[in-house]
Design a binder for this molecule. Structure first.
Ligand code: RP5
Length: 198
């Protein structure tokens, strides 16, 4: 049985805005379905600084879904909801989570702040931005010694690769997942071999 776990914060548009809530996420539930994919606890948490990141970040969710990895996704911001980020990252291990994927753009501090609050691997995805994502890339990748963030490419390719990297990390102790990863690579190689330019 599939159990839907609502971890995305949604507000009924008919209800008044919560003065304690700095964000109006009333329309979020239409764009980002309340998450979790299975009855199992999520192994991977996908978080992003804004719903505007979802178009790119859904690539990570799609990849995890393809490999059957239980995951969840939600919006939280290192700057706009810092307490939520600290609570989420600090509680991840207790919830059985093994990896967090964090996407943010501009002054992209989300992945770094998450990494500061947990020892599970954190994968940072720099989002495209007013500066073509270069600002996001540098602010995600340039972590101080001692608090690592595994940073992938800017945008949707990076998000998909973040999903794949999470699968690869989980596969180090899950032979079935490693076999699926090898089959995926073989399939990709076959596709490339079939490509012609005529
Ligand atoms: C970052 O600021 C988000 O991760 C997003 O990439 C960027 C813009 O956010 P919005 O102004 O679209 O909410 O925090």
């Amino acid at each position: 049985m599939v159990r839907k776990v609502a971890v995305t914060k949604c507000r009924n548009p008919a209800d008044p805005l919560d003065p304690e809530d700095p964000l109006d996420l009333s329309d979020l539930c239409d764009e980002i379905p309340p998450m979790s994919t299975s009855s199992e606890a999520p192994l991977v948490g996908i978080i992003m600084g804004s719903k505007s990141d979802w178009d790119a970040m859904k690539g990570a969710a799609e990849m995890l879904a393809r490999f059957g990895v239980p995951h969840e996704y939600r919006v939280m911001s290192a700057h706009r909801t810092p307490a939520v980020v600290a609570e989420y990252a600090s509680g991840a291990i207790g919830r059985g989570m093994e990896i967090i994927i964090a996407g943010a753009g501009g002054a992209a501090h989300l992945a770094g702040v998450v990494a500061a609050h947990t020892v599970i691997p954190v994968i940072g995805v720099p989002m495209t931005s007013a500066l073509q994502g270069l600002d996001s890339l540098l602010s995600t990748v340039q972590m101080p010694k001692g608090i690592p963030v595994a940073t992938v490419a800017i945008g949707s390719s990076g998000a998909a690769n973040a999903g794949l990297l999470a699968v690869a990390i989980l596969a180090t102790s899950r032979p079935d997942l490693r076999a699926k990863l090898q089959a995926y690579r073989a399939e990709m190689a076959e596709d490339v071999k079939k490509q012609t330019l005529s």
